[in-house]
Structures are given as structure tokens and as C-alpha cells.
Design a protein around this ligand. Structure first.
Ligand code: EPZ
Length: 423
């Protein structure tokens, strides 16, 4: 397993290009199953999760060609000749569950392995299943798989009222609704930019959708969808992560392709902590206003609130803030695993249930630390950039799931960072 070695090297400045959103691409790719015509995505991120989704779609009979060094994904599923999403692939990536709605909508049947949990929580899929049942699907859970069937081969429109916001369940239901017979209304739907991006792509394919980005999405089912070409929206989590590079080290960084509407709540918090975010004609320019970062409190919320996927990274910043910060994680039940690793670097953090209290120290010290999940791994890299001395972050396969060419992008801003090949 590879590790990444980082040496604290003072203020970092430069330009960082922001890639297409992993979490948009992972829901746009299964949309190819909704049509027998070609669906082409541009601005796709080059990540291991995208390769995993490619493998899954290919196992179902779809063709996925990665062109232009993976920036373009040319997909087509003339027909689905295997309707079973196998555990061996699904267990590697939870987003695999997003093939369920499209397969069921296209051919009236699907068998998908339950994804199982992951480091940050149990992450059940009951809301996905409840939505599809509301749309007429018969679901049979046995031997770790969901066996789904639409009576008469077609789902029917329904009112789906989510008890709480779920990004994935909204995406599965939205894709399924595009081919259902009749009207579907998704209430308490997720409002994330990735949902808006999916809806815009589906509309290009001929879907009739209104209300994406609000808590209520209405879909008029159609008989078939056509192919389309769609650019993947910029990755707001990669963007927020790299906005923290000048925040945590000093210096000034321009995030190319960054859009303020994708990170408004996050940028507000940075402003409160003493970091300026300025829109330029190429993206977002970020720099410290003056002196030390101030302590701030953070509560993670569904979009448009502060994103849970930036909580670990924000904690790394607050470890050296002037004062005490409290971070409340309301989305996942176990998303503070980066805290003990940051404490190995000298951070002062108390974790009680969903709250982490961070007492700022002057400076962190380099240490050997271990990545536990995708966003925790990059928070350790951020801490290491500003720490005194060397930090070795192990198990960086987590990092490669969601951040393309992270060493290259950081080295371009003056970071001393290199990958150490593991055994
Ligand atoms: C998506 O996961 C993202 N992943 C996550 O990003 C992100 O953290 C999450 O949304 C919240 O924004 C992708 O888009 C591929 P949820 P998802 O359904 O859809 C519970 C990253 O780092 N829940 O909104 O799985 C669930 O356990 C990843 O890129 C149920 O109980 O998230 C969680 O506590 C991590 N039953 C909460 O709801 C369900 O049926 C929100 O989950 C579904 C979810």
C-alpha cells in the first residue's frame, strides 16, 4: 500500500485546476442504462471510483470507453445482458447501488447486492428501496441481494416523501421516475449540485423534470430516453479542500473552475475564520486576511448547508486556530476518525458522540499517521502541509478514490510532497 510523505514548507501559492465532481459522475454514469443510445460525459474526473463504476457497468453489458486520458467517458448500453450487480464490485463502492433504479426502470427487473457499510457509518439503503416500492416495485431481500421486479415490466409514478434527506435515494428515485408511467413527486429531496447536474443531463436525454435543486422534484415519466452529451459539474468537495491550502499554510491559491455557488456555506465559514474568498474570471482566489485563523463552530447539514464531506478538512484547519471550535457532524454516525490521527500531530481534540471540540495550538508537528477514509486522508495531508517537519500518511488508496493527481496539484503550489511506493 502506498504512502504519501509531506514536509511542511511554509506558505503555499499558485493555481489548482478543479476536476469534475466524483459524486456527480458516479450518478451520471448509471444513467446510460436508461437508454440504448450513446451517453457521453466530458470533464470526467480520473479516479479509482470512476474505474470501479466503469467495471460495474461493463459487467452489466454497457460499453464505457475512457477517451482523452479519461476526461471523456463515451458510454452506451444497447441492451443490458446481465441484470445482476455483483457483491464483489458493489462492496468496493456504495454508489454501485445507483444502478438499481435505472435497470429497474429500463427493463423491469434488477438484482443488486446490498452495498454493506463503510468506515463512516452503517449507511443503509432503506430509503432507496422504499422509494422504488412506492413506484410499484416488488422487492425481495435475500442472500445479501435486492431482487427487484416491476409488475408488468414498468414502474408507475408516485408521491415519494423522504423522512430525511438522502442524496443517493433521491438520485435512484429520480432516474427511475424518468421512465415510469405517470407523474412522480419527490418530497424532501436532496438539493445537492450533483442532483441538479443529474437532472440537467436527464433533461437533455428527454426526461421531463422540474424543481431540481429544491426540496420537491416533479417528473413526468416518458416511454424512452435518447442519448446526450453532458459536462460533469465541478467538484465542490475538491474545490473546498484546495481552498484550505492557503488557509492552513498562508499564501494565496486560485482554484481554477471553482464556482462560489457550489461552496457558499463553506466560504462563509472561511470568511468568519479570517480567510478571504474572491471570485475571479477563472475561479476562486483564496488567501488569509491577516495573522492567525480564528476559531469557528461548524454544523454539517445537507446542501445548501456546510457539507459533511468538508468536515474533516475544516477540522484540520481549526487545529491551529486561535481559540476553541466545536464541529457537529449530523449526517454520519462515525465521521471523526481523522481526530485521533490529527492528535498524533499534536492537535487537541475532544470527541463526544457527534461533537468534536478542537482547542487550537500554535503549530502541529509531523508524525506517521493513517488514512481511514477518503476525506479523512486529505485532511491529514492538509495538516501535514502546515506542520513542522515530516508526516507520512499511510493507506492512501483512500485518497486516490476521490482526488486526482493530488501530489502534482499541491507541488505546483510549492508543497514538498511525494508518493512512497508501498509493499
Ligand atoms: C452521498 O452519499 C455522497 N456519496 C457522500 O460522499 C456524501 O457524504 C453524502 O451523499 C452526504 O452528502 C456519493 O454521492 C457517491 P445519503 P449517500 O444517502 O448518498 C443515511 C464522499 O466522501 N441513509 O445522503 O450514501 C446515511 O447512512 C462520500 O464523497 C439511510 O439511513 O448519502 C447517512 O447517515 C462520503 N438510509 C445519511 O442518511 C438510506 O437509504 C445521508 O446519506 C440512505 C441514507
Amino acid at each position: 500500500m502506498d504512502s504519501i510523505l509531506v514536509r511542511g514548507n511554509g506558505p503555499l501559492s499558485g493555481e489548482i485546476p478543479i476536476a469534475g465532481a466524483k459524486n456527480a459522475c458516479l450518478t451520471l454514469m448509471p444513467a446510460t442504462l436508461l437508454t440504448d443510445e450513446p451517453l457521453t460525459l466530458s470533464n470526467a474526473p480520473r479516479l479509482s471510483d470512476i474505474q470501479t463504476m466503469t467495471q460495474l457497468l461493463a459487467s452489466l453489458g454497457a460499453e464505457v470507453a475512457a477517451l482523452q486520458d479519461g476526461l471523456v467517458l463515451a458510454m452506451s448500453s444497447h441492451r443490458i445482458d446481465n441484470h445482476t450487480a455483483d457483491y464483489d464490485i458493489v462492496r468496493k463502492m456504495r454508489a454501485s447501488i445507483l444502478v438499481l433504479g435505472p435497470m429497474l426502470a429500463r427493463d423491469g427487473h434488477a438484482v443488486v447486492s446490498l452495498p454493506g457499510g463503510c468506515a463512516i457509518g452503517a449507511r443503509p439503503v432503506d430509503l432507496h428501496l422504499r422509494a422504488l416500492e412506492a413506484m410499484g416495485a416488488d422487492l425481495d431481500l435475500r442472500d445479501g441481494y435486492v431482487h427487484a421486479r416491476a409488475p408488468g415490466g414498468r414502474l408507475k409514478g408516485a408521491v415519494v416523501d423522504f423522512p430525511f434527506v438522502s442524496v443517493g435515494a433521491t438520485e435512484n428515485a429520480l432516474m427511475a421516475a424518468t421512465l415510469a408511467k405517470g407523474t412522480t413527486v419527490l418530497k424532501n429531496a436532496a438539493r445537492e449540485p450533483e442532483i441538479v447536474d443529474l437532472a440537467q443531463c436527464l433533461r437533455k436525454m428527454g426526461a421531463q423534470i422540474e424543481g431540481e435543486g429544491t426540496a420537491e422534484i416533479t417528473v413526468q415519466g416518458v416511454d424512452r430516453l435518447r442519448g446526450a452529451t453532458h459536462p460533469v459539474v465541478a467538484d465542490r468537495i475538491e474545490l473546498g479542500t484546495y481552498m484550505l491550502v492557503p488557509a492552513i499554510t498562508g499564501g494565496e491559491v486560485e482554484c481554477l473552475g471553482g464556482r462560489i455557488d457550489l461552496v457558499a456555506a463553506f466560504a462563509e465559514k472561511l470568511d468568519e475564520a479570517g480567510i478571504s474568498v474572491t471570485e475571479t474570471d477563472r475561479g476562486l482566489k483564496v488567501a488569509r486576511k491577516s495573522g492567525r485563523i480564528g476559531a469557528v463552530n461548524v454544523v454539517t447539514q445537507p446542501f445548501p448547508g456546510f457539507p459533511t464531506d468538508l468536515q474533516a478538512q475544516m477540522m484540520a484547519l481549526l487545529c491551529t486556530a486561535d481559540g476553541v471550535s466545536v464541529l457537529e457532524e449530523t449526517i454520519f454516525e462515525n465521521r471523526f476518525m481523522h481526530a485521533p490521527e490529527l492528535m498524533r500531530m499534536g492537535a487537541k481534540i475532544d470527541v463526544h458522540g457527534g461533537h468534536a471540540t478542537v482547542s487550537g495550538v500554535e503549530k502541529l508537528k509531523g508524525a506517521r499517521v493513517m488514512a481511514t477514509d477518503l476525506r479523512a486522508s486529505v485532511s491529514l495531508i492538509l495538516a501535514a502541509l502546515a506542520a513542522e517537519g515530516e508526516t507520512l500518511v499511510s493507506r492512501v488508496y483512500h485518497l486516490d478514490r476521490g482526488y486526482e493527481r493530488v501530489e502534482e496539484k499541491l507541488r505546483a503550489c510549492g508543497a514538498q510532497i511525494e508518493r512512497v511506493k508501498g509493499e
